[in-house]
Design a protein around this ligand. Sequence first.
Ligand code: GRG
Length: 295
Amino acid sequence: MNAIADLIKETAARVEARLNELLPAEDVQPATLHKAMRYSIFAGGKRIRPLLCLESAKACGGDEDDALNAACALETLHTYTLIHDDLPCMDNDDMRRGRPTNHKVFGEGIAVLAGDALLTEAFAILSRVPSNERYTVGDYVAEFAYRTGSLNLVGGQVLDLEGEGRALSVDELRAIHNGKTSALIMASTRLGGMVAGCTQEQLDALTAYGRDLGLAFQIIDDILDITSSPEVLGKSIGKDAAEHKATYPALVGMEQARREARDLTASARAALEVFSPKRREVLLAINDYLLNRDY
Ligand code: GRG
């Protein structure tokens, strides 16, 4: 196993241990709700957003423990989006993270509420990260709300819903991907920088890095939906094509999709030039790893 794969594994274990401390236990009332929240959050998952948050904070010389709580807030919110995205009224999926989706196990009502509670809890966790000399808790919360609200993440989901059954342009598809995926990845890199008290120059670099890596991540996700298997991905595949959903490979072809992912990875790499070689080393390795990932 290479160094970056080891780092991903170690980080996932640290994030899961902290999430276990932060979230109400399964037997806390209402127990069904807490069981459902924990069912999806502890179902595995690559923990890429927490990793990006932690490593962005480290690149700016920040406190790792503060960044770990911000990282947990990102994973908590991400898990809500997955639960809601899988609902029958959205993507209607049966499998996620290698197990039956939340609504398949707990029913639609509890799945909606588990997602709602994770979304709310994410803001509570973030609100406990201390301010520093450059950013206040209010700045973190405003950043998180902006990237995950109607103008970005939820807005991207709306564009996706409204685009169903209609031929989309590449620009329209890019707007969906930027909203649904890139926005939360940008929040991850930016919040990592902010909790570390980064400079404006560092924040601009982390913004561009998160934006381009985020879009590349979703293009690879589209590609894996064609080239991978349910066993490897832990979710159903081929649904995009079966439902004639717009994806990068469907719109521009597999070769061009791969080229765009490579180009975005290169521009994400270039954005990190403001950091010293030592400080940017891990972020660069994550960038390359995600381009070449197979799940
Ligand atoms: C408000 C009803 C309602 C729904 C919101 C915003 C939203 C639902 C859904 C968008 C979520 C979504 C599935 C976006 C696609 C992003 C993506 C690539 C998710 C998979 O991320 P990974 O690969 O998954 O990091 P793991 O399981 O590893 O965490």
